[in-house]
Write a protein that binds this ligand. Sequence first.
Ligand code: ATP
Length: 236
Amino acid sequence: MSDPVLSIRGLSKRYDSGTEALKTVDLDIERGEIFALLGPNGAGKTTLISIVCGLVNASTGTVLVDGADWRSDYRRARSRIGLVPQELTTDAFEPVWSTVSFSRELFGKPRNPAKIEEVLRALSLWDKRKTIMKELSGGMKRRVMIAKALAHEPEILFLDEPTAGVDVELRRDMWAMVRRLRDQGTTIILTTHYIEEAEEMADRVGVINKGELILVEEKRELMKKLGHKDLVLHLA
Ligand code: ATP
């Protein structure tokens, strides 16, 4: 790979509890690809994302964004990354519009109502812009989480199990949105338990189990090697 946008080297994490969540992970992410990190519960997917997004400290290892050590210019590196976490992180009484626009300002980006409108429309949230968060359905709240992550126009977007517990319509919308973002040049890294989702979405797939990245393949190669069935069930 000639020009990885993200380079992870020797990343390990041992929590204070003693759990070894990641064991010396090396991974390069290519600019503009959709990369799926596939693995069962407790494999280390969220830990990996949390370290790269600066929410959790690694025990060892480095993360390079465009070849520069992430820690040397944290604010700049972080402003290039968007994260859609598994849990909702919004204020129940805040309207959708300000929830999303505030998220942009947090990254020091100038106010840009046209951008916020574009993001809300792309996620079918425009009609809900004045609704407060607690009055939205679960699916709509998830859309707001994605809008929040996109508001500052990140180049790299992490989606942590974006379709866990969502209905078919939202899942389809998410897949379409992810492809659209990729076509616009955003690099996407998503985690999933579902091989079908990796197959549907990704250009490359990494399989993680018990903190080890055991396989990284072009999607087609992976499917040829493993067949389509129950990979995740066999891992745990
Ligand atoms: P899931 O698919 O269930 O979200 P995951 O692949 O994202 O799982 P992680 O959440 O990264 O896995 O967890 C990896 C391991 O680290 C698990 O054994 C988990 O219990 C442990 N772990 C995660 N967060 C913490 C924490 N804050 N303190 C201690 N152990 C943790």
